[in-house]
Write a protein that binds this ligand. Structure first.
Ligand code: ATP
Ligand code: MG
Length: 442
């Protein structure tokens, strides 16, 4: 036998629930995924966000400039390669924002005013694979470009709340919101200077990684998970103390909206986010149910990025939601997607019934009914009993019975498959549209 090929480590196949899963499988089903996407599109539409699609591959320099040279992503997580045809340096996108900003600048898309956009698809980061952390993963990404005021920060947080709620998650019980303000660049510079002084005074307590970060990106020391450094980190100067009245007014205005709609949150002064480009409001939705992969959704304001990538200065705010993590959370708390079984299963009595059954199934599908048709194999059709077994297993609510005697009279048998011993009834094949509604899942 030929050797079996396997998917690249950390990159996954997402199967429907009807395919039995390996005992070791921890990935969500495509049924849950599809329901998530449907729900998300519906919510995004209600908030007036429109879809933008950008390439999966971008010039490496976009991410180096956009995300920042001394971030985990650019330092060690990017899938970068050379185009063997022309030597171009390319990268599989590790996040959405830089590509979206590039597209908006390239097409001068803010010319007519601000934009509310969303995107979804695969992202790539070379990380150690584990539950909720993969090398190819997916995000729903939402960006509002050209909006300066706190209303848009608040709107986006409310959008995330609506989405999480409509997926069946409960705030406080399954997931909670943390927010913070990162201030403006000058305020951060003042804080950074104080922080560097503090860390230098405590240099003996810094581990090797943090020693290095002290020279490159001292703020990242605050993210260190080293237990031996926690007490020292907790006592470090807080950014809040360096934030001026304008920054605080923006933050308070965001909070006023959250308070007015009764959305509870915790202000977490340690919430800094992994990427360099954020300013003012940042937020994360966090769960305790997924171990250390607890951040399901995160984002905030990034007013400097458009100019940094060569565009006319314009403010922006956005967030990304990790789809795999969110779906794992939904499974962990017992959320099941609505029934996706077909409305009807077409049971075919004999060879002469195959074509009429297919014609009727087409008419039913045109009328909005989902029909799974039993397909004849090379040996023809199995017994009606065997087909009914398949019909029951499919989860369909009705069997459509196409058999010789009924067909001769121009009717199809309609047998409810759930709810006990319901009687089979007959419906005319001449006017399928007239009774199709009976089959459709209300
Ligand atoms: P983490 O601290 O968990 O590495 P991050 O700060 O790198 O997260 P972001 O860049 O803010 O993550 O991406 C937004 C969301 O995308 C995360 O909150 C998470 O839900 C998801 N995410 C990030 N990296 C991965 C990954 N490797 N696998 C699966 N989901 C991921
Ligand atoms: Mg990360």
């Amino acid at each position: 036998m030929a050797e079996i090929l396997r998917a690249v480590k950390g990159m996954n196949d997402i199967f429907p629930a009807s395919v039995p899963r390996k005992a070791s499988e921890t990935l969500p089903t495509s049924n849950l995924w599809q329901w998530f996407e449907q729900t998300a599109r519906n919510v995004l539409q209600r908030y007036g966000y429109q879809n933008l699609m950008t390439p999966i591959v971008e010039p490496t320099s976009l991410f180096v400039r956009g995300i920042g040279e001394v971030t985990d992503i650019v330092e060690k997580e990017m899938y970068s390669f050379e185009d063997t045809m022309n030597g171009d340096k390319l990268t599989l996108r590790p996040e959405f924002t830089a590509g979206i900003v590039r597209a908006v600048i390239e097409h001068n898309a803010l010319y007519n005013g601000p934009l509310r956009l969303w995107s979804t698809g695969p992202l790539f980061r070379h990380e150690r694979p584990q539950k909720g952390r993969y090398r190819q993963f997916h995000q729903l990404d939402v960006e509002a470009l050209g909006f300066a005021g706190p209303d848009t920060d608040a709107e986006q947080i409310l959008l995330t709340r609506t989405l999480l709620r409509e997926l069946g998650l409960k705030e406080g019980e399954h997931i909670r919101l943390e927010i913070n303000s990162l201030g403006q660049p000058a305020e951060r510079a003042a804080h950074r200077a104080a922080l560097v002084g503090y860390f230098e005074a405590n240099a003996a307590l810094l581990d090797e990684d943090s020693q290095r970060r002290l020279k490159t990106n001292p703020l990242r020391i605050l993210d260190s998970k080293n237990p031996a450094m926690q007490a020292m980190i907790d006592a470090a100067p807080k950014l809040m103390a360096f934030l001026g009245p304008e920054t605080m007014a923006h933050f308070d205005a965001v909070r006023a909206v959250l308070d007015a709609v009764g959305l509870e949150y915790r202000i977490n002064p340690r919430l800094v986010r992994g990427l360099d480009y954020y300013n003012l409001t940042v937020f994360e939705w966090i769960t305790e149910q997924l171990g250390s992969q607890g951040t399901v959704c995160g984002g905030g304001r990034y007013d400097g990025l458009i100019e940094q990538l060569g565009g006319k200065p314009a403010p922006a705010v956005g967030w990304g939601l990790g789809i795999e993590r969110l779906l794992l959370l939904l499974e962990a708390v017992g959320v099941v997607p609505p029934d996706q079984a077909p409305d009807a299963y077409a049971v075919v009595g004999g060879d002469e019934a195959r074509v009429p059954a297919m014609v009727a199934a087409e008419a039913l599908r045109a009328a909005g009914v989902s029909v799974l048709q039993h397909a004849a194999g090379p040996e023809g059709l199995p017994s009606l009993k065997a087909q009914f077994k398949k019909a029951n297993a499919s989860g369909a609510r009705f069997a459509l019975v196409f058999a010789g005697e009924e067909l001769a009279r121009g009717v199809v048998g309609l047998k409810p498959l759930r709810g006990g011993e319901a009687e089979q009834v007959e419906r005319p094949l001449s006017d399928v549209a007239a009774w199709a509604a009976e089959l459709r899942n209300a």
